[in-house]
Every structure is written in C-alpha cells, then in structure tokens.
Design a protein around this ligand. Structure first.
Ligand SMILES: [Cu+2]
Length: 289
C-alpha cells in the first residue's frame, strides 16, 4: 500500500466513524450529555506553567464617585456615612475591579484549554456585606466552588444574583444570621449580584471552569498564575451598561515565564460625545504598551 492510499484509508475510516457517531447521537440533548461526559473525562494539566500579568489603565477623566443616599436604612448611614458608588475606581489612571481571565486558546501540547479539567477548589470564596457594601466588589469562583456570603452589618440584607446561565435565587440574611453557602454550576462571566433591601449594593461574580482568572487591584495590576504554556485569548471585563464591557488580546505564555496583557478602558466613551462619529472605530482599538 502506498502512502496516498494509506491516507485515504485512514480518512474514510475516520469519516465513517463520524457518521456513525452522529447517527447514534440522536437529539440535541443527548449530544450535550455526550459532550459533558467527554469533558469530565479529560485529565488535568500537569507540567510547567507560566503567568499572565498586566495593568488595567483608564484613559480620560473617570466619573466622580457619587454619594449614596442611605436614608432608607439608618443603620447603613450610621456605619458608613461616606458610602459612595464604586463602579469606576480609578487611582492615578489605573482601574480596579476588572475581571481578567483566559477566555480561549491552545496549550502548547496542542489541546484547547477547555479540554483540560481542573479540580474544584476545596477552599471557599467569601463575599461580605459590610457597611451596606459588598466586599469584594468583583470576584471570581470556579464552577461548583463554595461561595460563602457573610453579613457584618446590624441590618438585614437580601442577596440576589441575576445570572443568565445559572439559576437565579435570592435569600434574606438577617443581622447575625449564619453565612449563606452557595455555588454556581455553570461558567458565566459575570453574574450581577444585587441586594433587594439596598438598591445601591452591587457585586459581580465571574464563574469559570478553570482557575485562570484574576481581578485588578487598586493599582490596576493583576496576575493570573498557573497558566499552561500556550497561546491564549485573554479577556478583561469591566462593569457598565447592560452586560459590561469586554476587551480581548492574544498572548503567548512561555513555560516558567510570563506574558504581558495590559488593557485600557475609558477614553472611547468620552470621545463618543464628540460630533465626529468617523473617529470612533480608530479610538476603539485597544491601547497596547
Ligand atoms: Cu443590603
């Protein structure tokens, strides 16, 4: 058998197997189950890892924080008299609370990052309500990882995540009530959280199948650790509008090394108030340093 014949033989066998597979697959729901079974059977990544680091900048003048009227609940005003909006925290041109994560990509070994499985951490992630304010404001958890919600206030809160892919719930947590423990069973970036008692309270939870995410600090800096060497789309998400604003960038992470992913927000929003609409596409291009 010559080389060409061999190739054709392998191809036709592969094609018949594919046809057989789809014939047995049946309806859409069955296919979904098959996919998830395959995914969970994947082995975890083992080998050297690298990091993705960067700084999130904010171009232009950020909106000034607004003082929140807490007269509806005097307890909030007593504990936190200077409570103000926290949707855009900018210090020296650097933006906090940006959720940065590996969105897609291929590990050096050739497999997609989504084809690896990652163990659910046994540690829990805490979301505290303190001074009628969520802390942290933006956080990440892995699928099925425990989220521990605590109430440090002398008043009642009602935690109400409004996901699109996970199940929506809301639960009252009275003053002194024990922590609420919950988990999200589907990846979703990001889930808005509100409080039914205090309309100004907002938090955002990123849920991912892998631990390759980070939130920018007050200096705008972030670091994603434990990234298998490979080429990835890194996404930076920040709140705003109906679904937030996301920017992406391609990076290559070396084994035992670091890739840089600096992002910039702001700027474009300010310029959109200018009359020249033709300027907008150019201004939309992410700034790279
Ligand atoms: Cu509340």
């Amino acid at each position: 058998m010559n080389k060409q014949t061999k190739v054709w033989l392998v191809l036709s066998i592969a094609l018949s197997l594919l046809a057989l597979g789809s014939a047995c697959g049946g309806g859409t729901s069955t296919n979904k189950e098959a996919t998830s079974t395959t995914a969970s059977a994947e082995a975890p990544y083992s080998g050297p890892t690298g990091t993705v680091t960067g700084v999130i900048s904010y171009n232009g003048t950020p909106p000034a924080p607004k003082k929140i009227d807490t007269t509806a609940d005097p307890v909030c005003g007593q504990k936190n008299p200077n409570l103000s909006t926290d949707d855009t925290i900018v210090k020296d041109g650097k933006l906090a609370n940006t959720f940065v994560y590996i969105k897609d990509g291929t590990v050096q070994a050739g497999k997609k990052i989504a084809e690896y499985s990652w163990p659910t951490p046994t540690s829990e992630v805490q979301l505290d309500q303190n001074g009628c304010h969520y802390a942290p404001h933006v956080l990440g958890v892995m699928v099925n990882q425990k989220l521990k919600i605590t109430n440090s206030d002398a008043t009642q809160h009602n935690i109400h995540p409004t996901p699109k892919l996970n199940q929506e719930w809301n639960q009252t947590q009275a003053n002194g009530a024990p922590p609420i423990e919950r988990a999200f069973n589907r990846a979703e970036v990001l889930i808005p959280v509100k409080c039914n008692q205090h309309p100004w309270m907002k938090a955002y939870i990123g849920v991912l199948k892998h631990p390759l995410f980070a939130v920018s600090s007050d200096t705008g800096a972030f670091e994603i650790k434990g990234v298998p060497p490979g080429t990835y789309t890194v996404a930076a998400w920040r709140e705003g509008g109906a679904t937030g604003e996301e920017k992406t960038m391609q990076v290559t992470v070396p084994a035992n090394g670091s890739a840089k992913a600096d992002f910039a927000f702001g700027g474009a929003a300010t310029s959109s108030t200018k009359p020249s609409l033709q300027m907008m596409p150019a201004l939309e291009i992410p700034v790279r340093h």
